[in-house]
Design a protein around this ligand. Structure first.
Ligand code: AMP
Length: 177
């Protein structure tokens, strides 16, 4: 099943900058059978953990996270870029290759003691997921798993996240950047 999913992902060289092989999941999402199979596989990993909430990271993490949450009958909470959420927020600043960025969560939406699953489409360096995990832990949540459609193992994000004590699963892996 995963081979057919890998074949549905389009690789766009040098986007958004030279040297990056962008793994574009929109071609997979546009394929009804592929999208369903991907969500079924991710939901089958998430369901036994019986999380309180599924957390999706903007923006492609919303698509997969919301579908997984629906499939397993759990609530969904978005983690967004700075300034997008309308209510009071808590946030975390994190370092990018050039400059910094900020991720935010609606205050009180992840109660202390909740067990959550973190979802994004892809893990590369792990910077985004590690910052999100830290933000969630600051709320008193425990992270049962970080779940991705794609892992780029050469970039080391999975290992870095696991070193933070977060179990990681991904359906597909691609070599390179
Ligand atoms: P990172 O923080 O380095 O793990 O980057 C993860 C975030 O950047 C995810 O939200 C991905 O959607 C996006 N991303 C990073 N590298 C790629 C890539 N090669 N192809 C597609 N998306 C990427």
């Amino acid at each position: 099943m995963s081979t057919h999913l890998a074949d549905l992902i389009r690789t766009i060289p040098d986007f958004p900058k030279p040297g990056v092989q962008f793994r574009d999941i929109t071609t997979l999402l546009a394929d009804g059978e592929g999208f369903r199979d991907l969500v079924d596989e991710l939901a089958a990993i998430a369901a036994p953990l019986d999380p309180d909430l599924v957390i999706g990271i903007e923006a492609r993490g919303f698509i997969l996270g919301a579908a997984i949450a629906h499939a397993i009958g759990k609530g969904f909470v978005p983690v967004r870029k700075a300034g997008k959420l309308p209510g009071p927020t808590v946030g975390i600043d994190y370092v990018l290759e050039y400059g910094t960025d900020r991720l935010e969560l609606h205050r009180g939406q992840v109660p202390a003691g909740s067990r959550v699953i973190l979802v994004d489409d892809l893990i590369a360096t792990g910077g985004t997921a590690i910052a999100t995990a830290q933000l969630l832990r600051e709320q008193g949540a425990s992270i049962s798993m970080a779940l991705f459609a794609i892992d780029l193992p050469n970039l080391g994000g999975r290992a870095a996240l696991e070193a933070e004590g977060v179990p990681v699963r991904a359906i597909l892996t691609f070599d390179g950047h």
